[in-house]
Ligand binder design. Structure first.
Ligand SMILES: *Cc1c(COP(=O)(O)O)cnc(C)c1O
Length: 399
């Protein structure tokens, strides 16, 4: 038996639990994945945040306002750039056009570095630097590389970022601007992952890949915690989320279960819908086939670069969350998601990314099918800012 008594680890009052085999471990040092190869999830067996603490959480700022639910030791300062507190904005015109009056958009583009990736990397780099890591490596479809570069800089550490050469130019330039050591490769994020892992073994750099360490997902959990706070602790009926590696989805699901366990929210949890591009839709295909895991997608391509993830370590967890919530999965063609992003940007003045366009197009589809009811409260996520996908040449190309 491993000693997992949380109090023995210098203020670390959480433990790790394998999502597949149920093995548990103490959380000291630099945890990666379980010996069985599957991800760890963080559990907080001794924490009992009561609902009186909701008022205290409300008085603080940023994603770390939820420290009762996060891997932070007492009095510890996180590596932070003010991430979180992103606006939850009503979409009256889009809602009217689609026939869903209770439509809200959570705009993650207003995070530092322009996407929700800031949340996960703030948490992962906080824990890894606290454990002594000073050099990092990660593969990225784009935005995680920007966030890793900024948060590594913030921590006084270095990061090597392996990205596909087809990544939008503006995203690549942001990685370099924050001091990331950018390596461009032909191929997709899976190919970058192999190169990143090889370099990590050679150099000792710590791997920040999605679910290869347990803390990025804890940071992404704040998407769900914050949404609950903004909705006055009442859950929406439906959440649409653009899915790549899946940590946003899994993190939100974990957040709602933890909030419910502590009595901070009551009643039904929302139905989750995963949205992908039809150029890379392994989760949609597996969901429709009734499978419990995904098969890697051959030749993945989409302009929504955050969704260009042909195989994800969190596939089983994602499928479980979609099914347990009574939700589903939808694939959207690139031309349609680009058009939806442009339409809503003009309609509502929000800088919608291609990934955000995908969920808005998916909503139209689900309303049309009657899967989403017109009276329901719906939250869609614009996971990143649209400007990251544009470069000055676009203006001319449009005319
Ligand atoms: C990474 C990313 C996604 C996919 O999120 P996951 O949590 O990896 O599924 C979606 N949109 C944008 C803008 C991203 O950067």
């Amino acid at each position: 038996m491993t000693d997992v008594s949380p109090r023995s680890n210098d203020g670390i009052d959480w433990v790790l639990e394998c999502v597949a085999c149920g093995e548990t471990a103490a959380a000291a040092g630099l945890p990666t994945v379980c010996a069985c190869g599957q991800p760890w999830l963080v559990r907080y067996p001794t924490r009992r945040p009561g609902i009186l603490q909701r008022a205290e959480v409300r008085r603080r700022h940023g994603m770390w306002r939820f420290r009762e639910f996060l891997p932070l030791r007492p009095f510890e300062e996180p590596v932070s750039l003010g991430e979180g507190d992103t606006p939850l904005i009503r979409l009256p015109r889009t809602g009217m056009r689609l026939g869903v009056p209770h439509l809200w958009l959570k705009d993650e583009g207003s995070n530092p570095t322009g996407s929700f990736k800031a949340r996960g990397l703030s948490a992962a780099i906080t824990r890894a630097t606290a454990a002594g890591a000073r050099q990092f490596t990660l593969p990225t479809a784009g935005n995680a590389g920007v966030a890793a570069s900024a948060y590594a800089a913030r921590a006084g550490a270095r990061v090597r970022v392996f990205a596909p050469e087809s990544t939008p130019r503006t995203i690549l330039s942001q990685i370099v601007a924050f001091g990331g050591d950018l390596v461009l490769l032909r191929g997709h994020i899976g190919d970058c992952g192999k190169a990143s892992r090889a370099w990590g073994q050679e150099s000792g750099a710590f791997d920040l890949s999605t679910l290869r360490e347990p803390y990025r997902i804890e940071g992404k959990k704040t998407l769900g915690l914050e949404l609950a706070l903004q909705m006055a602790w009442k859950m929406p009926d439906v959440i649409l989320y653009p899915t790549g590696g899946g940590t946003g989805l899994i993190g939100m699901w974990k957040a709602f279960l933890e909030l419910r366990e502590h009595g901070w929210v009551e009643g039904e949890l929302p139905r989750f819908y995963s949205v992908q591009s039809s150029g890379c839709a392994p989760v949609v295909r597996a969901f429709e086939a009734g499978a419990d895991h995904c098969e890697p997608w051959a030749d993945p391509w989409t302009v929504a670069s955050g969704l260009r993830v042909p195989a994800a370590l969190g596939d089983r967890l994602m499928l479980r969350a979609l099914r347990e919530s009574g939700g589903g999965a939808v694939a959207i063609d690139d031309a349609v998601l680009v058009e939806a992003a442009a339409t809503v940007s003009r309609e509502e003045g929000i800088d919608v990314s291609p990934e955000g366009g995908a969920v808005l197009a998916a909503l139209e589809l689900l309303v049309g099918r009657g899967t989403v009811d017109r009276g329901e409260t719906i939250v869609v996520f614009n996971t990143g800012a649209g400007w990251l996908y544009r470069d000055p040449g676009d203006l001319q190309a449009d005319r």
